[in-house]
Write a protein that binds this ligand. Sequence first.
Ligand code: UDP
Ligand code: MG
Length: 316
Amino acid sequence: MKNAKKISVVVPFLNEKESLPELVSRVSAVFAARAEDWELLLVDDGSTDGSAEWAVAKTREEPHLRVVRLSRNFGHQFAITAGLDRAVGDAVVVMDADLQDPPEVIPELIAAWEGGADVVYAVRRSREGETWMKKFLAASFYRVFHKMAQVDVPMDAGDFRLVSRRVVDALKEMRELHRFMRGLTCWVGYKQAAVQYDRAARFAGETKYPVWKSAKLAFDAIASFSAMPLRWITHFGMAVCLVAVWLAVYVFWQVFFHPESLEKGWASTVTAMVFLGGAQLVCIGVLGQYVSRIYEEGKGRPLYLVSEDTAEEKNG
Ligand code: UDP
Ligand code: MG
């Protein structure tokens, strides 16, 4: 099939020296067999292991390769944002650099896009080489998020996906600071489709997502898509008030009918105080999380800064 369409493959990376050469050759091999024009847009998220220098040098032999370097490590979601902002394709595929997302699945994503879908998720049929803890936490997160958020993020879909040009343009309008890209691509709507694949183990190196970073992403995801925690603490506060009213009645009863038992009441008083104090701190903390979001958004800073773009050098 002859067409003038262009596909961009956006790959954020942080210290992936061992994986990048393999990634570039496997993506090139996939497109060598296809009619579309393509670009592989590598976004360097502040690597320090020489992988960015390798990639920039590689652009001289591989004309489809383009490297955008961020001025420091901004984080995976921002690196994806930078890639989407600068990609020029009619459709953009986002995938990880460590080859856990096999480039060989790209043709299936393109086929679904040509079939009319605007967002094509690659859904993990299986996950290799990940600890049971990570798998368990990931599975729990998708289920909780599914219940809490108003958007219907498909379970077990990572950031590996294809988005059409109009979705990319919509994402460019969303400049919120706490970015959960999987939620945002869902929020835009349009026709969404899924393709199944087996998630491979990391090609080389260590994961850059330890459990605490994943937990932070999970809270970001929930807080940016749902005000439910605020409603929960309100309900929780009301429940505690009801208990307090019941306790007051009980205490009055004791004062009038069993005054001799009152000295023994210290333990229960202190327990109730500590419990209430703790509960209030938790609630204030949750409120604070939302307030800090307003504060951070209010600063209106750019989401990331670019220090180098190999495409711009070629042109000027
Ligand atoms: N990554 C990034 N910036 C970061 C952390 C990770 O660009 O601050 C990249 C990383 O190089 C990889 C992708 O994001 O291409 C996914 O990270 P990783 O494979 O470490 O996460 P996991 O697959 O273990 O969840
Ligand atoms: Mg990985």
